[in-house]
Design a binder for this molecule. Structure first.
Ligand code: ADP
Length: 449
């Protein structure tokens, strides 16, 4: 017997922690359950930042943005498959979410460029820390201050409903398989995607069977399965994002920020092969078209200095080539040095002379001129599940007839509909914060009605 609560939040990633903190502030008795030994989920691996429009931080830099522009970027980036109600709701509430985080000392004030965004809209920590770790650290502290501690090693197996079809609790197990029941009036499902569940991946996208995954091992789609078991509907479930810059021997993600800050992609022939800042699906597909189906992300010391995770994830683990000039770097990469020197010299010269990039790159044309130079060998890897539980803009989980399941709410990667056929970098962190808060708002209104 795990006790009685107003709200059980399942999953202590970004969405679950935002929901737990918000609901506690509204006076709800909250229980936060996490199946892994530590909280954080895939949110811990998020590196890009948080997209948000019309923020005070954009205003301070004179960046003009609008809800309509962010809606249209998100919709177009998702191949016009996303649900416009959900997209608009996320964009409209994005600036508020930035302020909410800032009010708790989680400050995302440094702006950057990200694929598919018309203006500088991705918000990052000033420190150069990866956004996910920064948010998880900050939210863990917020949870601590409120006396919420995620109950770890506790895996929810099943949702319980009463005779009237309302949520009444969850059944979980601890690592010894001992069952525990947590009674509650409402559940917020924040269990993330299924990017580490090869059976589910094979079921929905058989051609991705051999791809490496950037997802933490707990990303098994549990929330999809146990919600479906009580009648929840799914949307866009086959839409799975591959990320173009994953180091393949360790499945380590090289953040999109690296390209956003100026990196170029070089193939086995030592040549660039496209605009590096197109959307993730397009860049991934273009890599698969290259000899050997891989690319090198090449950048300079300035890009390195803007992204602390490069040292920790790549330099410290020997997953990077480093040299003082491009010819020496090419030798280490085992690509033709003449071709690579020519490719990067012409890239730099075009920028210096104001000549248009032949591949149509218009953003982050930062010349690579500050040695030493770096190269990480990358290829596409499974990254994000765009599809999931069907929800409305109030974060209610819908059944196959489109009716809300009483007491069941969801937020974050477990839900589908916002990102359509392709998620823009920075929109997952926006989603978890906006909709983690939305789910608890609606859940509290339901519980206290
Ligand atoms: P989001 O970005 O949507 O917040 P994350 O992947 O960051 O998603 O977090 C989801 C969290 O949910 C992870 O920490 C994961 O281990 C946890 N989780 C997944 N399935 C269960 C389950 N059945 N019971 C408890 N926690 C779960």
């Amino acid at each position: 017997d795990g006790g009685e609560f107003d709200i059980v939040v399942i999953g202590a990633g970004g969405a679950g922690m935002a929901a737990a903190v918000g609901a506690t502030d509204q006076g709800a008795r909250v229980c936060l359950l996490e199946k892994m030994p530590v909280a954080g989920g895939n949110t811990c691996f998020a590196e890009g930042g948080m997209n948000a429009c019309c923020t005070k931080f954009q205003a301070a830099e004179g960046i003009e943005d609008s809800v309509d522009l962010m809606v249209s970027d998100t919709y177009k980036g998702g191949h016009e498959k996303g649900n416009l109600d959900l997209i608009r709701h996320m964009c409209e509430n994005s600036s508020d979410a930035i302020d909410w985080l800032d009010s708790m000392g989680i400050t995302l004030s440094k702006l950057g460029t990200s694929g598919g965004a018309s203006v500088k809209r991705i918000h990052r920590p000033e420190t150069g820390e990866a956004v996910g770790k920064y948010i998880v650290k900050g939210m863990t502290e917020q949870c601590r201050q409120r006396g919420i501690s995620a109950i770890c090693n506790t895996k929810v197996e099943e949702l319980m409903v009463d005779d009237a079809g309302k949520i009444s609790g969850v059944r979980a197990t601890n690592p010894n398989g001992i069952p525990i029941v947590y009674a509650c009036k409402a559940v917020i499902v924040a269990t993330g995607g299924f990017g580490a569940n090869h059976e589910m991946l094979a079921q929905y996208r058989p051609e991705l069977i051999d791809a490496v995954t950037t997802n933490q091992p707990g990303t098994q789609g549990d929330g999809i399965v146990f919600s479906q078991a009580i009648g929840a509907d799914l949307v866009d479930i086959g839409e799975i994002q591959v990320h173009p810059t994953v180091e393949q021997t360790t499945a380590t993600l090289l953040s999109e920020n690296i390209r956003g800050d100026g990196a170029v992609l070089i193939n086995a022939n030592g040549e660039r092969f496209g605009n590096e800042l197109r959307t993730r699906d397009v860049v991934s597909a273009s890599e698969w078209d290259q000899p050997g189906k891989f690319a090198w992300a090449v950048f300079d010391q300035s890009v390195h200095d803007n992204n602390l995770s490069i040292e920790e994830k790549f330099v410290a683990r020997g997953l990077i080539q480093i040299a003082d000039d491009f010819a020496a770097l090419a030798d280490k990469m085992e690509v033709p040095a003449d071709a690579m020197v020519e490719a990067i010299t012409s890239y730099n010269d075009n920028i210096a002379n104001g000549i248009d990039d032949p591949y149509g790159r218009v953003k982050s044309l930062n010349p690579l001129v500050n040695p030493p130079y770096y190269a990480v060998k990358v290829a596409p890897g499974i990254h994000h599940c765009m599809g999931g539980l069907r929800v409305n803009a109030a974060a209610e989980v819908l059944d196959v007839d489109g009716n809300p399941i009483p007491g069941l709410f969801a937020a974050g990667e477990v839900t589908g509909g916002i990102h359509g056929g392709n998620r823009l970098g920075g929109n997952a962190v926006c989603d978890i914060n906006v909709n983690g808060r939305q789910a608890q708002e609606t859940a509290c209104a339901y519980v206290f009605a």
